[in-house]
Ligand binder design. Structure first.
Ligand code: AGP
Length: 615
């Protein structure tokens, strides 16, 4: 997790790298640092805190002039977040400097070995070990930086995206990746390095995404030479044209990225189904499914693996796939799946859901399932991400960049893609009538408008947020398709407001959580019409008779729940399997407003990072 940025070329490197770090702060934000080469000297500044803290410290301590710089924003793994453990890290001689995203698992053994040869270490990090290992190789083998990086990396176990710079060879930066992303922006006589393309999008649309196990030597005004780390084979790099634009990665007038992304959902969902859904022809086109239709439609079982919000989308998908396509589905946390001995056959299809496409646990789960012969399908948002490349086929969500750490539009667009996929398989397998198929497509087309309508409750939700912002706990209940929405609502509240929240299937309340209910306990209940409405109404009665405070998400025009609940938030009606797409909106807004009112950092909640590339 951590973001890395670098620049070598003809412009002032500092503003490029600083801005790039700000854009990558979603990847980690407990400390930051930059090293700048001014033509004579290598200057370095780092600090615990955010990139804004770094800017203040740096501009007061060093000159920012220079055409080469590397920078880092950190999410601590080895060593607490403090100034010393922040990157970049110098080698013992002070000649080399490194930034690193990932974990060197065998760093302790390597460190001990280096210590026996006189190396000393200032920090507790694995990264400082790596930079000294590289220096040791240079000294022992008398090789150039590129070769030394290669030899050193072949001695490591773990994951990395690194950039290394040697001030005595000031015209090159060496980068490498294994398990953590790394993009090289290729401009006119200038090169950019970053964990994703957002730091260089205004400078160039051309990028090389290094593959796992590749490294590159980037020479000022010259070229990028890519090689395989393991066997030194030269690779012909693929220069990709980026589709991303600047507006997509800026706040566009909203106070927070999360709020912007909540409001982007109508458009994001349209972008997800655009070109795929052809209601007039009664068709769904999805290249990744079309090209493998028999394999997927004949799956004995679909296994969904994901983490966090993406896992919740997987739970919704389980209900939808089984309802429509009648294929058995199991949903697992990727982190659990990868470390047991799951029974997987060649007739299984594994669907990996990941906004970032970089989640380490999800990636490992795919690899395991593939090894056992399963067909892997990826549902990712980030184009060109590691998971999208590791899977046999896939479908992008096309939600546009999601920068707020709390996932919002990723969730609804994942559900949209998975609904399209389920419908397509249902049609192929004959488990849905033509009339129902068309009804689904027509209803899906209406969903963006219904979300717009749901967003109109914003002021009312703000009012409710003010009443409950000081609650210490909160319970979320839902049934059927809306049970995963209850889980998601609870996750949103806890991750950005730090209020303890639990999501439960409403009927499970009587098996334990009901003991928590008293007049202090707000209970958010998803009680939309259809499905298990009457049963949920009974659950609401049970809460009311124990004096719990009820905030109910209801279908427009509902009167029954209104009489029981302390507050109701209306959402437009849609067909039951699609209700998560609208019921989730008020829950996102509720957690957003509570977090803002509590003065929390909504876009960068404590201890979290957007892209979880460590296990
Ligand atoms: C949700 O708000 C979180 N940020 C988190 O649970 C996230 O969904 C999870 O880490 C999975 O990320 P991915 O979708 O990028 O794989």
């Amino acid at each position: 997790m951590c973001g890395i940025v670098g620049y070598i070329g003809h412009r002032d490197a500092y503003p490029v790298v600083l801005k790039g770090l700000q854009r990558l702060e979603y990847r980690g934000y407990d400390s930051a640092g930059i090293a700048i080469y001014d033509g004579e000297e290598l200057k370095l500044c780092k600090t615990q805190g955010k990139v804004a803290d770094l800017k203040e410290k740096l501009e007061n301590t060093i000159t920012t002039h220079g055409n080469v710089a590397i920078g880092h924003t950190r999410w601590a793994t080895h060593g607490v977040p403090n100034d010393v453990n922040s990157h970049p890290h110098y080698s013992n001689s002070g000649d080399l400097v490194i930034i690193h995203n990932g974990i060197i698992e065998n760093y302790d053994a390597l460190k001990k070995e280096l210590q026996t040869r006189g190396y000393t270490f200032k920090s507790d990090t694995d990264t400082e070990v790596l930079v000294n290992l590289i220096e040791d190789v240079i000294l022992k083998e008398n090789v150039k930086l590129g070769k030394a990086v290669q030899i050193a990396l072949n001695q490591t176990i773990g994951a990395y995206a690194i950039a290394v710079y040697n001030k005595s060879k000031p015209d090159e930066i060496v980068v490498a990746r294994l398990g953590s992303p790394l993009a090289i922006g290729v401009g006119e006589d200038e090169f950019f390095i970053a964990s994703d393309a957002s730091p260089f999008i205004e400078f160039t649309k051309n990028a090389i995404y290094l593959e796992d196990g590749e490294m590159a030597v980037i020479r000022r005004n010259k070229e990028v030479k890519v090689r395989k780390i393991q066997d030194d084979t030269l690779v012909d790099p693929y220069l990709q044209e980026l589709q991303l634009n600047l507006e997509q990665i800026e706040k566009g007038g909203y106070d927070h990225f999360m709020l912007k992304e909540i409001h982007e959902q109508p458009t994001a969902i349209k972008d997800t189904y655009r070109g795929r859904m052809l209601p007039d022809e009664g068709l769904i086109r999805m290249a990744g499914v079309d090209d493998n239709l028999e394999r997927i439609a004949n799956a004995k079982r679909i296994l969904i693996v994901a983490c966090g919000t993406s896992w919740h989308a997987g739970l919704v998908a389980e209900y939808i796939f089984e309802e429509l396509a009648r294929i058995p589905v199991e949903v697992e946390y990727a982190s659990e799946f990868r470390y047991r001995n799951p029974i997987i056959s060649e007739k299984d299809v594994i669907i990996a859901i990941s906004q970032s496409g970089e989640t380490a646990d999800t990636m490992a789960a795919i690899k395991l399932a593939k090894e056992k012969g399963a067909f892997a399908f990826g549902v990712c948002n980030v184009v060109g991400s590691s998971i999208s490349r590791e899977t046999n086929a896939g479908a992008y969500t096309h939600a546009g960049p999601e920068i707020g750490v709390a996932s919002t539009k990723a969730f609804t667009t994942q559900i949209t893609v998975l609904t399209l996929m389920a419908l397509k398989l249902a049609k192929h397998n004959g488990t849905i009538s033509n009339t129902d198929f068309r009804t689904y497509l027509q209803e899906l087309e209406l969903v963006p408008g219904k979300i717009e309508k749901a967003l109109e409750a914003d002021e009312h939700i703000k009012y409710i947020s003010d009443i409950y912002k000081d609650a210490r706990n909160c319970l979320y209940l839902g049934r059927g398709f809306n049970f995963p929405v209850a889980l998601e609502g609870a996750l949103k509240l806890k991750e950005i407001s730090y209020i303890h929240a639990e999501g439960y299937p409403a009927a499970e309340m009587k098996h334990g959580p009901i003991a928590l209910i008293d007049e202090e306990m707000p209970v958010v209940v998803i009680a939309t019409k259809k499905g298990h409405y009457e049963k949920v109404v009974s659950n609401i009665q049970e809460i009311k008779s124990r004096k719990g405070k009820i905030i109910a998400i209801v279908t427009e025009g509902d009167t029954e729940v209104r009489e029981l609940a302390d507050h109701v938030i209306e959402v437009p009606e849609t067909i039951e399997p699609l209700t998560p797409l609208v019921t989730t909106i008020p829950l996102q807004l509720l957690s957003y407003h509570i977090a803002v009112m509590l003065g929390k950092n909504v876009d960068q909640p404590r201890n979290l990072a957007k892209s979880v590339t460590v296990e």
